[in-house]
Design a protein. Structure first.
Length: 108
């Protein structure tokens, strides 16, 4: 990363901390304008949901945090590349629905 890189985040308070701002500025990373708390526009939120459901469906309840981490990592790694690409490709229709809903709920 560095000059010319662009960052998209969810505008959560920790992402706006001064230390984060300083690092981004030093590294010449531009922050995209992005609405706060907009999971319908963030494919990663849906992928985390899928990962969590795959852990629930394919593993016994984790005995501890380390085991949960391993289960999450296994399921994330096993996720088909096409599924990830489909979520990225859905962004155009997601944005269209958000605009049509004028900030209201969407099917996403």
């Amino acid at each position: 990363m560095g000059a010319g890189a662009m960052l998209q985040d969810d505008n959560a308070t920790p992402h706006r901390a001064r230390v984060v701002q300083d690092v981004l500025q030093r590294q010449q990373i531009v922050r995209m304008n992005w609405p706060a708390r907009s999971p319908d526009l963030a494919p990663i939120e849906h992928l985390w949901d899928i990962t969590g459901r795959r852990v629930r469906d394919n593993h016994p309840p984790p005995a501890d945090v380390d085991q949960l981490f391993r289960f999450l990592q296994q399921e994330w790694t096993a996720m088909p590349q096409q599924m990830l690409q489909n979520h990225v490709n859905s962004m155009r229709s997601r944005i269209g629905e958000c605009l049509a809903a004028r900030g209201g709920h969407t099917r996403y």
